[in-house]
Design a protein around this ligand. Structure first.
Ligand code: FES
Length: 104
């Protein structure tokens, strides 16, 4: 049984249209051998993709771009501090950031 943290990167339709393949490739290209990087199916957050979920932390990121991967790797995975500007408001409502699609 793996004890690695898992990083689920959605690879379904809406997220793919927003660059999910590039986000996944960036995670895979990084020095993240301590983590299991998973190409996932739809995670039900299609309107704010690319969706990235980190388990067992239960941290959900939204609108992730390839250029955000370094910040997630450094601040969250290495330092234990989730990247607040990318947190999904449905799961992390105390944070104020650009993913809130209800604001438009
Ligand atoms: S297509 Fe990615 S969350 Fe649904």
């Amino acid at each position: 049984m793996s004890c690695k943290k898992q990083i689920f990167v959605c690879q379904y339709q809406s997220c793919l249209a927003n660059g999910a393949a590039e986000v996944l490739a960036t995670f895979l290209a990084g020095d993240l051998s301590d983590y299991e990087i998973v190409a996932s199916g739809c995670q039900g957050q299609c309107n704010v993709g690319v969706t990235v979920r980190v388990l067992p932390d239960e941290i959900w990121y939204c609108r992730v771009k390839p250029e955000d991967v370094d910040a997630i790797a450094l601040h969250h995975l290495e330092q234990g501090e989730p990247v607040q500007r990318l947190l999904h408001p449905r799961f992390h409502p105390s944070f104020d950031h650009a993913c809130d699609s209800s604001a438009s």
